[in-house]
Design a protein around this ligand. Structure first.
Ligand SMILES: Nc1ncnc2c1ncn2[C@@H]1O[C@H](COP(=O)(O)OP(=O)(O)O)[C@@H](O)[C@H]1O
Ligand SMILES: [Mg+2]
Length: 356
């Protein structure tokens, strides 16, 4: 057993783990749940659309909603299919069908597969709720053919048994669908906004509590990871969880007792930042950044406004630069995203000391 993870604690950081709590998404789950259950009851149905960038909780919301519906005990098949790498509607439908009844790899026509699917559902007097997760590419490629097929099943057979949920990163592939398909979908549209750093902290708490031993991570390190995930990773919760996870692995490897801000900076930089930012060519800027990074505290990322003033003085004395020049370059370092600024304080989140 490692020194940071609880026994088996790694699983709480994995993609498969479905969290107990879903802060800021309970409303989405409720809306999707009541939409689906009322549509199923009334027997008319336009597939709902869940839209938002990566890591905003779409898959989690669908999985939790499906779990909730399945737990109510009605005859229902529920399954969320990842469609990212599925390259034709035919193979998508084959996958969908084979979840409820054995389906041969080849030899069946699309119509035969659909008959088989609907036949099984009828026989078991069952319905089937189908998540079409990350289906952007397939919609684009085949102009929504899969939606046409799945909505037509119900109309052809006269009774609603198939209930698809559309999950996309962007609405663009929906906008360009032919009108006759567009008019059949979008009974409900749920928007997923990127998380801000406070929300990311709330979200990651469950994983930290369940996965890591007490005092394995400092509060400032959690804040730093959340700010990085908001600013650099676009509010993606998966990146936030990964950053904490990789930092814990790093500590175990290096026999460190706990995750502090410097560990977060190191792991982030070596995983990501060095591939993105170009070298700083300007000598003055490079010297300023070096002075700031090397004077950073191990477990802090905030340089208070008056310490910034002190640093400016030190740098200008050390290198013989004009103070105004230092201030100007410092502002440029902020505007180019090397450093962040908040209420006059400078945030040093991205660069580990061993860079210099
Ligand atoms: N509100 C939330 N509460 C708890 N965990 C969340 C929340 N939103 C996202 N996550 C977690 O973040 C990761 C990415 O979320 P996911 O649902 O896969 O996003 P998306 O499908 O939008 O890309 C998953 O591990 C998920 O459990
Ligand atoms: Mg997803």
């Amino acid at each position: 057993m490692g020194r940071l993870f609880r026994e088996g604690g790694e699983i709480y950081f994995s993609l498969e783990y479905l969290p107990e709590k879903t802060p800021y998404r309970e409303g989405h789950i409720k809306e999707l749940y009541s939409y689906l259950t009322s549509e199923i009851e009334t027997g008319g149905f336009r597939p709902p659309i869940l839209v938002g960038p990566s890591g905003t909780g779409k898959t989690t919301v669908v999985n939790k909603t499906l779990q909730l519906i399945a737990s109510k005990g009605r005859n229902v098949f529920t399954r969320n299919f990842n469609m990212m790498l599925v390259n034709s509607s035919y193979s998508a439908i084959r996958n969908i069908c084979s979840f409820v009844t054995p389906t041969p790899e080849r030899g069946l026509s699309l119509n035969e597969i659909i008959e088989k699917l609907y036949g099984t559902l009828e026989m078991e007097n069952s319905i089937y709720i189908i998540g079409l997760d990350d289906i952007d590419e397939l919609l684009r490629k085949e102009r929504g053919r899969i939606l046409e097929i799945l909505t037509r099943i119900n109309e052809d057979y006269g009774e609603y048994r198939v209930f698809p949920i559309i999950i996309v990163r962007s609405l663009k592939p929906i906008y360009v669908l032919p009108d006759h398909i567009k008019s059949k979908i979008g009974g409900l549209t749920l928007n997923f906004e990127p998380y801000n750093s406070q929300e990311l902290i709330e979200i990651v708490k469950e994983r930290i509590e369940k996965g890591l031993k007490e005092n394995s991570i400092s509060w400032k390190a959690i804040e730093a990871a959340a700010l990085i995930s908001e600013k650099i990773y676009g509010g993606n919760a998966r990146e936030m969880i990964n950053l904490i996870y990789k930092s814990a692995l790093y500590c175990e490897r290096k026999h460190l007792e706990f995750i502090n801000v410097e560990v977060i900076r190191k792991v982030f930089f070596h995983e990501y930042y060095k591939h993105i930012k170009q070298e700083i060519r300007n000598r003055v800027k490079a010297n300023i950044l070096k002075a700031i990074v090397t004077s950073s505290e191990e477990d802090n990322y905030i340089i208070q406004a008056n310490d910034v003033d002190k640093l400016v003085n030190e740098i200008s004395t050390l290198y013989g630069y004009e103070k105004e020049e230092v201030v100007k370059h410092l502002e440029e370092l902020v505007s180019r995203g090397y450093l962040l600024e908040k209420d006059g304080n400078i945030l040093q989140l991205f660069f580990p000391k061993d860079l210099f």
